[in-house]
Each structure stands twice: as structure tokens, then as C-alpha cells.
Design a protein around this ligand. Sequence first.
Ligand SMILES: [Zn+2]
Length: 59
Amino acid sequence: MTEQPPEGGRSRQLPVFHCPYCGDEELTPYEGESAGGWRCGACLRAFSVRLIATGVQQG
Ligand SMILES: [Zn+2]
């Protein structure tokens, strides 16, 4: 798997190492309607990962 430098640098993909549906590691970048997605080569699902929070504690 070859890594390409992110173009623009704004919409950088979050690294995903396992498919959240079947747990397979055969993930390839998916460039469909929603950029920054991933496609699982095992279950053929395409999904996107979005960061909704960081590890900061409340209070
Ligand atoms: Zn999968």
C-alpha cells in the first residue's frame, strides 16, 4: 500500500485500521459522494469516520 501525501491538507483522512463492521484490515480509501471515506475489501462496505470528541475530560 502506497501512501500519498494529502492534497490540500484540510480534509485529511483519519487513519482506520479495522473495519467497524466486520473487523477486517483490508481497507482502501473510498472516494465517493463523501470524501474521506474508506471501503472494506472484505464486506464491501464503504463508510466514513468522523471525529466527534477528543480525550478531554469534562468538569
Ligand atoms: Zn468490513
